[in-house]
Design a binder for this molecule. Structure first.
Ligand code: G3I
Length: 477
């Protein structure tokens, strides 16, 4: 990301906005001199040293190490927020368009298609090495009124044309499609929507077959909510899958949306995933969030960490659970506050996109390390570039306490080749190796309550145009 830093003096730009220039000029010169000295004595070989594996912590890298993906939903408006796009690119390897591939956007009037918004999401995903879950082709909601007003004998051809046109447009670009979304009522009966009313239950098999003909390589899903545990609705989904497979319908997976309420992850989630997998289809957690009555307390956030961890652990126990997607990148993107008055804080990142205890818990569930350590407290570190200009960039590391308070923390920042730190703020640095800075807190940001965050920053000079993100870790004493 390049940021226009205007006409401020270079030293001020190095420090970042709001920093005391006079006070930091001395520290900048000293730290730069020390870094140069260390570089000289340690030699160039240290610069190319491999980064420690633990420093690469991200949801996607940990999930990939387990043969899974970790996804997020993104909408068009999120693409213009660089905080969101940076975090999404760092943490997630699968994107579900939140609204952009739904019928009201893609075919607002009969035969007139608009793939512009969906294309933007796909292009973002591709440029960040992420795959795409197509969402969705046939759904009773966000369905333009012209479809529900059609004479019954025209619905099938319109549905098939919609599916064929959309799936063909994205052929080879969508890893999976939610072909039919939310087909069931909570009691397990099929919704009597425009498609059911025109074609009966056979619309589902027809939709899946039509999608398969347009892109035989896409994984084809049925997706629904309240089917995460074993209940009347998931029983109905199970029977439907059985019947589709018996008819030779090319269904590949079932999406468990997983819009949970704090503390209410069903105890039968694992068994439910296992029975679908045993039947011969993949399962995926497609829209995970966990809503909290606001304001969220630290006890709530700790429970949320447990809930997220349970979901991820259960998925990892089922070889056909292919991945987990959260619905939104952070709390600021979540649909929850507008749909459930008084509720929110439903994702792993807060309103400012800082990681919450749920993030740390998921990292741990995926086999990663948050640092762990004594005193019962743990911490995590995330990196964000805040400014970049010719040969220089500013980085910010956010340190977040886990589900209990911590009294101190230690963060390592491992630089890439050609990178040298020339200034730091909000911490006490040492350099055990030429390319590794160990940052300990200043007195003002040592103590963190459970889930609380602080940050420190630094300026990096790059001699070879390497602006790649330094790797960061956090541990507690
Ligand atoms: O685009 C209009 C805009 O023109 C208008 O000014 C504005 C006023 O309210 O509404 C905008 O449309 C909104 C749309 O999102 C796009 O932002 C709709 O009101 C709003 O209802 C719609 O909500 C979406 C919801 O699906 C609709 O059911 C959410 O963003 C989206 O996150 C949500 O996603 C669904 C999944 O597709 C299926 N599973 C449940 C999940 C959560 O509801």
């Amino acid at each position: 990301m390049r940021t226009d830093v205007g006409k401020r003096p270079l030293d001020q730009r190095l420090l970042g906005p709001g920093k005391n220039l006079a006070r930091h000029r001395t520290s900048l010169r000293l730290t730069a001199a020390l870094a140069v000295l260390l570089l000289t004595t340690a030699g160039a070989a240290a610069l190319s040293a491999a980064r420690p594996a633990s420093a690469a912590t991200s949801l996607k890298s940990l999930a990939e190490a387990k043969g899974r993906y970790f996804g997020t939903a993104m909408t068009q408006n999120m693409l213009s927020n660089s905080t969101v796009t940076t975090l999404a690119g760092q943490q997630f390897d699968m994107v579900t368009p939140g609204n952009e591939m739904k019928w009201d956007t893609t075919e607002p009037s009969n035969g007139s298609f608009n793939f512009g918004p969906g294309d933007q999401i796909v292009s973002f995903a591709q440029s960040h090495g992420m795959r795409v879950r197509g969402h969705n082709l046939v759904w009773h909601s966000q369905l333009p009124s012209w479809v529900s007003s059609l004479p019954l004998n025209q619905v099938q051809s319109v549905m098939e044309n919609h599916i064929t046109t959309e799936v063909t447009h994205y052929k080879g670009q969508a890893y999976a499609w939610d072909v039919v979304n939310e087909p069931f009522n909570d009691n397990g009966s099929l919704r009597q929507d425009a498609f059911y009313n025109a074609m009966g239950s056979g619309y589902i098999a027809d939709a899946i077959r039509t999608a398969h003909a347009a892109d035989p390589n896409a994984k084809l899903y049925l997706n629904d909510y309240n089917i995460e545990g074993e209940n009347a609705k998931s029983n109905a989904m199970y029977s439907l899958v059985q019947s589709l497979l018996a008819q030779g319908v090319p269904i590949n997976g079932v999406g468990l949306e997983s819009h949970f309420i704090l503390g209410q992850v069903p105890s039968s989630l694992l068994a439910n995933m296992q029975r679908f997998a045993a039947r011969g289809v993949d399962v995926a957690v497609t829209e995970l969030d966990d809503r909290i009555q606001l304001p969220a307390t630290s006890a709530n956030l700790a429970q949320q960490a447990t809930d997220f961890s349970t979901v991820v652990s259960d998925c990892l126990q089922v070889s056909r659970c292919v991945g987990v997607s959260q619905w939104g990148v952070g709390d600021a993107d979540s649909w929850i506050p507008s749909a459930f008055s008084g509720y929110g804080a439903a994702t792993m990142f807060d309103q400012n996109y800082q990681p919450k205890p749920a993030y740390n818990a998921v990292v741990t569930a995926l086999g990663g390390s948050n640092g762990g350590g004594g005193g019962g407290g743990s911490c995590s570190a995330t990196y964000q570039e805040t400014q970049q200009w010719n040969g220089v960039f500013n980085g910010q590391v956010t340190i977040t306490a886990g589900s209990s308070a911590i009294s101190s923390w230690t963060s390592t920042v491992t630089l890439g080749s050609g990178q040298v730190i020339s200034a730091t703020w909000n911490g006490n640095p040492t350099w055990p190796q030429a390319n590794v800075m160990v940052m300990k807190p200043a007195s003002s940001n040592s103590n963190l309550a459970a889930g609380q965050s602080t940050s420190f920053g630094f300026t990096v000079k790059t001699s070879n145009g390497n602006y790649s993100a330094p790797a960061v870790t956090c541990s507690t004493p």
